[in-house]
Each structure stands twice: as structure tokens, then as C-alpha cells.
Design a protein around this ligand. Structure first.
Ligand code: NAI
Ligand code: HPV
Length: 388
């Protein structure tokens, strides 16, 4: 029986796919798997029992990926599963910045006791007049699952779209509208665009990328949208830009003490992926990945281990080994089975950066003794019996 702990509420449509081999537990201490959305796991002590973490969503900056890798804990995410939800809110964000709908709605609320509100509205509306997004230049930084959808939707809304992503995947390139202008230097986006939206993951290399220097290169009156992570922008610099008039509006999906309630900031309480559809898609994908890993050792959509798929095991046993990506490991693993006269009938070894994953199908059920011997090999983080 696998124990699954949910650190955030996960949609039922996903949870109900767990078979009777699984139990949802409120206790993290004996969990085999953790399902999580945005809850931070950085301060958490990882239970010894933990085998996998599935992030029902895209961003994994709330999860200690390296620490998990060193404990042989596979971390998954659900690429693209909430991208449409975010795309739709980004479009809403652009419209909220272009048309002063928010102030207009506030005015209506404040005037609700006025019996002549209809007449007053016709006078007041000039204060909330805006512009149209048609014909404006939009720069999209990061053309992954979300960026591509935002770029294509903006093309359909008659915007002139510029896209920048030095690591563009082949899939993304195939999905991107041909009307999107290919930008190879992000500064061209800063210099040319009326709207700039960022859709990159938060990593050391992207943290604070929207800083005073970047803002200084932008057009006067630029509208900046951040539906990726607040730390991608140095928001003190963004506030400076708003005060000086360089930035007309900052639309963010991440409330914090710096931006909440500030003039020129339209801040939404992290609603990008909070749609029924996105929550369902993420939950279904996260549960699928978790089950295939726990039952078969297969890894799909991991962010800290390589992909590996050996299907369902048809032999007597299957062993999975997490180890450093260094020389001589396979020889040592096979020797452990060889010494005991156990035939290895199938094997896969995959690496990703400094870590590697080896799966072996064997013709005798693996014993705890073999697992201990494998774990004693220098460079091995964990060995587990997947079947046997
Ligand atoms: N507001 C919300 O509720 C949500 C926010 N997000 C955030 O959006 C981010 C992006 O999500 P997805 O599009 O699904 O991820 P993705 O992984 O499909 O796309 C990210 C893209 O950024 C590109 N990239 C990386 N470094 C870059 C750089 N320095 N300059 C330009 N491009 C760079 C990558 O090549 C990739 O194409 C997530 O990491 C997460 O932080 C994601 C989902 C929901
Ligand atoms: O998927 C992401 O990266 C998100 O930011 C969505 O977060 P959430 O699942 O809504 O807490």
C-alpha cells in the first residue's frame, strides 16, 4: 500500500485515479509520495519513506530539487497542464492595464447609494478611458507552454508580437504562430515593446532579470506583466519605474508587501492556474506520473532525474538505483547480481547532469540484502525494489 500526502488541495478528478493500492494520508511522516502545488518544501524534513514528489503545476521553485535528487526522491511537474489558464489571465491582465476597468468598478461600488448613478457614470467615465491593445507591440520573454499560447493569442488579437527564448524547444517552435517576430536579443524587446510579459522559470539565472538596468532600456509608458514569479523582477526597481512614469502599469500574479496596494500595480492573488480545468489537468497528470513511478519505476516529466521508461515489469523483479553520474557504476551494479547468479534480463541507464538512474529487470526477486549491497556502493543515493 502506497501512502500519499497532499500538501495542498489536489483536484478529486486526479485523486480518484489512485487504485486501492493507495491511501491518502494526512501524515507526511510515512508518505511514499507527496502531491503539492505552491506550498514551500524548502524547510521541510523529507521523510525517509519518501520516494516521489509530484508538483501539480509548472513552477518547482518551492521544492528543494537537489536535496531530493541526493535522497533518490524523484520530483515531477505537469508541463503545460495549466498553461491555458495562465494564458487567459495574462490576456485579462493586458486588458485590465489598457482599460481602467479596476478603477471604474471601484467607482461604481463607491457610488452605489447615488440614485443618479447612471447619469453620474456618464460624466465620470472620462476618468477611466483607456487604449486598445490592437496594433500594440507585445514582447514575450520565455516561449514555453505559457509564452507560446500568450504570443499566439495576442497575434489573434491583432497585436504585433515579438518573442524571445534562447532555449526554445522544437515543440514550442512548431506551435508558435509564424506571425511572431523572432528576437535574439532581449534588449530589442525592451527597446521596442509597449507591453512586456515574462514566462520563464525562477532560477538563479533568471532571478531579478527585470531590474533597473532592464527597465531603463524600456519604452516610456511600458506595461509590464509578471505571471511567472515575483522574484524574477526587482520590484523595488519596478516601483521606481512606476513613480518616474517609465512604467505605466505593473500587472503581477504575486501579491507581496512591496507591490500590494501600490499605485500603478494591478496585483492578482496568484490566480493564473486557479481554474477548474487547469486544476483538473494538473491533478490528473501528477497522479499518473506518480503511479507510473511508484508501481513501475518509470520516470516521465521529472525535473531532477532523467526520463526512463521500461513499461510494466514482466520478470520476477525490478530494481531502481539512483546514483552519481560517474564511471564504473554499472559494472558494480551488475557484479552484485552476477555474484549471486541472478540474470539481468533488461536494463536501462540514463543520466541528467550529475545524477543518473538505472533500472534492471531480474529473473529472481531481489532481496533486501542486494538492495543494502547496492546502497553501499560509493556514489549510490538509493536503491529500491520496484517489484519483487
Ligand atoms: N501564475 C501562475 O499561476 C503560474 C505561473 N507559472 C510560472 O510560469 C513559468 C513558466 O511556465 P511554463 O510556460 O509552463 O514553463 P515552460 O518550462 O514550458 O517554459 C519556460 C520557458 O522559459 C524559457 N527560458 C528559460 N530561461 C530563459 C531566459 N533566461 N530567457 C528567456 N527564456 C527563458 C525556457 O526555454 C522555456 O521555453 C513557470 O516556471 C512558473 O514559474 C506557471 C504556471 C502557473
Ligand atoms: O504551476 C505554477 O507554477 C503555478 O504558479 C500555479 O500555482 P498553484 O498550483 O496555483 O499554486
Amino acid at each position: 500500500m502506497f501512502q500519499i500526502n497532499c500538501l495542498n488541495p489536489i483536484a478529486q478528478v486526479g485523486l480518484k485515479n489512485f487504485t486501492d493500492q493507495y491511501e491518502i494520508t494526512s501524515e507526511v511522516k510515512n508518505a511514499d509520495g507527496i502531491l503539492v502545488r505552491s506550498a514551500s518544501m524548502h524547510e521541510m524534513e523529507l521523510p525517509e519513506s519518501l520516494l516521489a514528489v509530484a508538483r501539480a503545476g509548472a513552477g518547482v521553485n518551492n521544492i528543494p530539487l537537489d536535496k531530493c535528487a541526493e535522497h533518490g526522491v524523484v520530483v515531477f511537474n505537469t508541463p503545460g497542464a495549466n498553461a491555458n489558464g495562465v494564458k487567459e489571465l495574462v490576456i485579462a491582465g493586458m486588458l485590465l492595464a489598457a482599460r481602467d476597468v479596476v478603477s471604474g468598478i471601484e467607482w461604481v461600488k463607491a457610488s452605489r447609494e447615488d440614485p443618479d448613478i447612471a447619469k453620474a457614470a456618464e460624466k465620470a467615465k472620462k476618468n477611466f478611458a483607456g487604449t486598445e491593445i490592437k496594433g500594440k507591440k507585445l514582447g514575450v520573454i520565455g516561449l514555453g507552454a505559457i509564452g507560446v499560447k500568450v504570443a499566439n493569442a495576442a497575434v489573434a488579437l491583432d497585436m504585433e508580437v515579438y518573442g524571445y527564448d534562447p532555449y526554445l524547444s522544437v515543440n514550442a517552435a512548431w506551435s508558435l504562430s509564424r506571425a511572431v517576430h523572432h528576437v535574439t536579443n532581449v534588449e530589442d524587446i525592451y527597446a521596442q515593446c509597449d507591453y512586456i510579459t515574462i514566462h520563464v522559470p525562477l532560477m538563479d539565472s533568471t532571478k531579478g532579470m527585470i531590474n533597473a538596468e532592464a527597465v531603463g532600456k524600456m519604452k516610456d509608458g511600458v506595461i509590464l506583466l509578471n505571471f511567472a514569479r515575483d522574484l524574477l523582477a526587482d520590484e523595488e526597481d519596478v516601483l521606481e519605474g512606476l513613480h518616474s512614469g517609465k512604467i505605466a502599469r505593473y500587472v503581477s500574479d504575486f501579491p507581496n508587501a512591496t507591490t500590494a496596494g501600490q499605485k500603478g500595480c494591478i496585483v492578482i492573488p496568484h490566480l493564473g492556474a486557479s481554474t477548474e480545468e487547469s486544476e483538473d489537468n494538473c491533478a490528473v497528470m501528477a497522479v499518473e506520473e506518480m503511479m507510473d513511478y511508484l508501481e513501475n519505476g518509470n520516470i516521465r516529466n521529472s525535473v531532477n532525474y532523467p526520463a526512463c521508461d521500461m513499461g510494466i515489469c514482466t520478470k520476477a523483479g525490478r530494481v531502481a538505483i539512483f546514483h552519481k553520474n560517474i564511471a564504473n557504476m554499472i559494472t558494480k551494479f551488475t557484479a552484485e547480481f552476477g555474484e549471486k547468479g541472478i540474470n539481468i534480463s533488461d536494463m536501462t541507464n540514463k543520466s541528467r547532469g550529475e545524477v543518473a538512474y538505472t533500472m534492471m529487470d531480474v529473473e529472481e526477486a531481489p532481496t533486501e540484502e542486494i538492495i543494502r549491497a547496492l546502497e553501499n556502493i560509493k556514489g549510490v543515493f538509493r536503491a529500491r525494489i520496484v517489484k519483487g
